[in-house]
Design a protein. Structure first.
Length: 53
């Protein structure tokens, strides 16, 4: 997991020199959101269950 994060940060660092800074910020924000979601306990949402039938 840390290896993946390190690789992502390394890619972002190299991308920032060729891409606009706001693109790097959006990608960084997206990666952080994904990491936060993965760290949350997986609880089945009752809303999704009620709307499926």
């Amino acid at each position: 997991m840390m290896k993946l994060l390190a690789d992502s940060l390394d890619i972002l660092y190299h991308m920032s020199s060729s891409f606009p800074s706001f693109v790097a910020k959006v990608v960084t924000w997206y990666l952080l959101e994904v990491l936060m979601v993965e760290k949350k306990p997986q609880v089945p949402a009752p809303v999704a269950k009620s709307s499926s039938h």
